[in-house]
Design a protein around this ligand. Structure first.
Ligand code: WT7
Length: 668
């Protein structure tokens, strides 16, 4: 398979690129775990008996303390329950099951941003998890308690997650890039008894002061938190020395250093056997309205999805070195760092820092140094690294890579082709994986070695996933390339169970649009004549910035919380690297600022939003107006604002606009 002709010219139209297809290379197909006939057989079994199919996989793939007798309980649909009377432990399934045969194998290869490298075998990881699980128990943390994890991307983050799973505590990881205020909201919503953090982490050559942010979050609120575990990380790197120790004040009675907490703990901890439906974790994600929602996942169903998809989509074998670049603060870092690869017994790579530190070759240097064979990242990273040119990756030996993956947003064909040609050397399949925080595991993706791929398409649903595209009435859209709502017709084991503390919102958000007939993903999509899916993006007011979900309303609320701001509307506009950029239109209290005053306020507002929500939510543009465009009924005309943000001609009907004169002002 050669794509030299396609890449000879830089300005191939996307139409032309989209017509290209890449059948699996014969060599890859011959060695692949899942052959065409295996995949066909799985699809056949799933179609013939969808519930029995999952039951069979759950029996074969998971180690049960007590086997379930009923696979699916739909008596409370759409609050589905899977394998409900079964009992197991997720950490046991990720670690203990490998000890006898593979205990000596590497589970985690870690590289810190400063260059420090650590390896943990399955046996060592198991011991660390047990010690920390015992430390949690010593502080009174029990089954069902919520534990918030706010850490850098270091092995202890995975240890903390696995330790919670081991004792049946429910973790909620909060991305280290989120602000103290966002952390506080999440701690309070979850009612956490414990927070696990670090003195800091390395990012772009700087220390991210996690403990300081946690202290701020806990200073005015979070009454449920009794214990804060603090990992010494930035000091451990030997760079900050005594300075960092002094800068990490500990609150007596509440705070405890990780190393002190585990010092006397035994390296064995009997797993807490929990019901299949016991919540494994909450993960907060943005929606179109309201506060972030705590997506609640189960133990058995979630693990089954994470494990199977790791093997099916990444074709992992014991000798693979798998690097998923996601932070554990996102669902990708749950399913394809902390759980799936361990359940599958693979070796995984974790890297703490920025992709461009100290330069744009860092990812490729890591791939070379650690012999990465399967590499999974986001289109935003691919685009950013592509911009630096082909010479940077050319300095590194990437010949061990045999499979590439993409996740988080639609990958534009140009980035796909570059990834394929420059990183994959033209020989590696690319798996473009569509899924969501809510789905728990990959849903639509190629099976490498079997599926023919097309740049920009996530291809076809995995066996057991009954995806479809429907119109406004809920009728299946069968005409090729006609758009509609992406839905899932049947429940699947790794699906979310509810929204923590707000089941009404769960029903409303995912099920009510089509009267509980199917799960509504919130994405628009179309399907081509070969049955391949093309995701068109969100149909609601959710932005996708650098592969991360941001609710427009959250950013608007943050802006109006500023004393100078009376009103705000946030929309997305296309961005070359981040996919989408945040664009804010604001109305000030008092006079509308112009010139230097506007520039100064813009800086202040950007910092303000970073402070309220985190740096990823910072608006790229802020425009000032005397009014926002509204219909006579008072609704902000978002479509109009989107056109303005994109610099497009206004084509929509503005006859209902209260104040047409402000359009020029908005254009800025
Ligand atoms: C939303 C989910 C799933 C992990 C990362 C994001 C978009 C995700 C793809 C893809 C096109 C994609 C969708 C989806 N998305 N993967 N391969 N192609 N779009 O998780 O924050 O829950 O966001 O990301 O819009 O709904 P998330």
């Amino acid at each position: 398979m050669s794509d030299t002709t396609a890449n000879a010219s830089k300005d191939i139209s996307s139409v032309l690129v989209e017509e290209r297809s890449f059948p699996p290379a014969a060599g890859f197909a011959a060695a692949a775990r899942l052959k065409a006939e295996d995949l066909a057989e799985l699809h056949r079994r799933a179609a013939a008996d969808p519930i029995g199919y999952w039951a069979e996989l759950a029996r074969a793939e998971l180690a049960w303390r007590k086997l379930f007798t009923q696979a699916l309980d739909d008596s409370q649909a759409p609050n589905y329950r899977w394998f409900a009377d079964g009992e197991l432990n997720v950490s046991y399934n990720c670690l203990d099951v490998h000890l006898a045969e593979h205990g000596h194998r590497t589970a985690i290869v870690f590289e810190g941003e400063p260059g420090d490298v650590r390896r943990l075998t399955y046996r060592e990881l198991h011991a660390e998890v047990c010690r920390f699980a015992n430390a949690l128990k010593a502080r009174g943390i029990r089954r069902g308690d919520r534990v918030v994890i706010y850490m850098p991307l270091v092995p202890e983050a995975v240890v903390a997650m696995q330790a919670c799973a081991r004792i049946g505590a429910i973790h909620s990881v909060v991305f280290g890039g989120f602000s103290a205020l966002s952390l506080k909201d999440r701690i309070e919503d979850a009612g956490a008894r414990c927070v696990i953090t670090a003195d800091g982490g390395w990012r772009g050559g700087q220390v991210v002061e996690l403990k300081a942010a946690a202290d701020k979050a806990l200073a005015d609120g979070c009454p449920t938190v009794e214990t804060v575990f603090v990992l010494r990380r930035v000091d451990g790197a030997g760079i900050q020395g005594a300075a960092s120790r002094a800068a990490t004040p500990m609150v007596a009675g509440r705070d405890v250093w990780w190393h002190d907490a585990v010092a006397d703990q035994p390296a064995a901890c009997e797993p807490e056997w929990v019901d299949a439906e016991h919540p494994l974790f909450l993960l907060y994600t943005s929606g179109s309205t309201g506060r972030p929602k705590g997506i609640q996942h189960s133990s058995a169903g979630y693990l089954l999805g994470a494990k199977l998809t790791t093997r099916w989509v990444f074709d992992l074998r014991h000798d693979d070195v798998f690097w998923c670049t996601a932070d554990v603060g996102w669902i990708t870092g749950h399913s394809y760092v902390a759980y799936g690869p361990l359940a599958a017994g693979a070796t995984l790579v974790m890297y703490e820092g920025a992709p461009t530190f100290p330069d744009g070759g860092r990812f490729w240097q890591l791939c070379e140094r650690h012999g990465v064979t399967v590499f999974y990242t986001a289109p935003t990273a691919i685009r950013a690294l592509m911009k630096l040119g082909d010479a940077v990756p050319a300095l590194h030996d990437l010949s061990k890579i045999r499979l590439l993956g993409s996740v988080g947003e639609p990958i534009n064909p140009e980035a796909w082709m570059w990834y394929h040609r420059v990183i994959g050397g033209g020989r590696c399949p690319i798996v473009d994986t569509w899924w969501q925080t809510e789905t728990g595991a990959i849903m639509i993706a190629p099976v490498p070695g079997v599926t023919t791929t097309k740049p920009g398409s996530c291809t076809q649903p995995l066996p057991g996933i009954f995806a479809d595209i429907v119109d406004d009435e809920g009728a299946s859209v069968t005409k090729p390339d006609a758009g509609g709502y992406l839905v899932i017709r049947r429940p699947w084991p790794s699906m979310l169970r509810t929204i923590w503390g707000d089941n009404e919102r769960y029903l409303q958000t995912y099920w009510s649009k089509f009267q509980n007939r199917f799960y509504v993903a919130g994405d628009g999509a179309h399907r081509d004549a070969d049955g391949c899916y093309w995701i068109m993006g969100r149909i609601d007011d959710v932005l996708n910035v650098a592969g991360h979900r941001l609710g427009t309303m959250e950013i608007e609320s943050a802006l109006v919380a500023h004393p100078r701001i009376a009103e705000a509307a946030v929309v997305g506009r296309p961005h070359e690297i981040k996919g989408e950029a945040v664009c804010a239109f604001v109305v000030c209290r008092g006079e509308r600022p112009t010139g230097d005053a506007a520039a100064a306020l813009t800086r202040e507002l950007r910092d303000w939003v970073a402070e309220q929500l985190g740096a990823i939510a910072k608006p790229e543009d802020i425009r000032y107006a005397d009014n926002l465009p509204k219909t006579r009924s008072g609704k902000i005309m978002r479509r109009l604002l989107r056109s303005v943000a994109r610099g497009e001609a206004i084509t929509q009907d503005i006859s209902t606009l209260e104040n047409p004169a402000i359009i020029d002002q908005l254009r800025g």
